[in-house]
Design a protein around this ligand. Structure first.
Ligand SMILES: Nc1ncnc2c1ncn2[C@@H]1O[C@H](COP(=O)(O)OP(=O)(O)OP(=O)(O)O)[C@@H](O)[C@H]1O
Length: 278
């Protein structure tokens, strides 16, 4: 933590973010003037229908694309003003877990190579120390040490996602951006991974930006929520408040859709109904 940063200051602060993609028909504004803060050690969720710009916000924070305008402060530093070389030492502070645990892991690498890669890139620790750390991380995400030498195709989807989480945690990040990180998993495996993320947050004080289209998941994991539609922020605030008494029609329609039994994949009805009853 920077000594000048007060604990009350948001760890992540996104202000007036605008992202335009260049397309054959001209610029396409995928994110339009979106602002939100994530407090240190807390979880903010971004929800909204497919194509509303959630992943574009995530990629902007990770600097996987260059926003058109706005600012993204991480622990007081505007990431958008930094050059690649200035950004490199900060990269270990923020990591991402992707939706597809298979596609995001190199099939040729062993779990050990996958997990220790960020440490190698950052030149953190010796080879022996990196192996020790890989074992510790595997244990932390509930996998045996024998998993070190196995490749992604030898694991189940849930196990692969645990490896993705172990890799993301290797550089001891202070922010984890989870883009639909549990969406591809069975309901029970999804619950285990959410539990794991919650435990890690309680232990380390890490902040999460959690992107999901699943209101049940979001309600379980986040304290704050941002609802997006067509690139714009529709509504934001404490998760329970926004989901229990939404002020926007759009949030109400998302909520209705989540309560539609035919669309309740992955949602625990008991939780959702209890939370939305008010
Ligand atoms: N590289 C690109 N070039 C042009 N348009 C893009 C590009 N990437 C995304 N878009 C468009 O920008 C909009 C926002 O996309 P984005 O992937 O951020 O949405 P999303 O909310 O994450 O959707 P999903 O939940 O389906 O992943 C969509 O209309 C999408 O088609």
């Amino acid at each position: 933590m920077s000594e000048t940063t007060s604990t009350a200051a948001p760890f992540l602060s996104v202000k007036n973010l605008v992202v335009e993609y260049s397309t054959r028909t001209g610029p396409y504004r995928a994110v339009n003037d979106v602002s939100f803060d994530v407090a240190r050690g807390s979880t903010l969720a971004i929800v909204g229908e497919s194509g509303c710009g959630k992943s574009t916000v995530a990629k902007s924070i990770m600097r996987l694309l260059k926003p058109t305008s706005g600012s993204i402060h991480l622990d007081g530093t505007d990431l958008l003003t930094l050059s690649e070389s200035e950004l490199r030492p900060l990269r270990k502070k923020f990591q991402m877990v992707f939706q597809d645990p298979y596609g995001s892991l190199d099939p040729r690498q062993t779990a050990e190579e996958i997990i220790t890669e960020p440490l190698k890139i950052q030149k953190m620790a010796s080879a022996a120390e990196r192996t020790q750390e890989a074992k510790r991380l595997l244990d932390r995400v509930g996998l045996p040490a024998s998993a070190l030498y196995r490749r992604p195709n030898e694991f189940s989807g849930g196990q692969r996602q645990r490896i993705g989480i172990a890799r993301a945690l290797a550089s001891k990040p202070e922010l984890l951006v989870c883009d639909e990180a549990t969406s591809a998993l069975d309901v029970s495996v999804q619950a285990q991974v959410l539990q794991l993320l919650a435990e890690i947050q309680a232990e380390t004080g890490i902040s999460y930006l959690f992107i999901s289209h699943n209101l049940g998941v979001v309600q379980e994991i986040s304290e704050q929520i941002v609802v997006m539609r067509r690139g714009e922020l529709v509504e934001s605030g404490p998760t329970r408040q926004v989901l229990c008494s939404p002020s926007a029609d759009y949030t109400r329609s998302l909520r209705r859709a989540a309560l539609d039994p035919s669309r309740m994949q992955g949602i625990k009805p008991r939780h959702l109904l209890a939370g939305l009853a008010g």
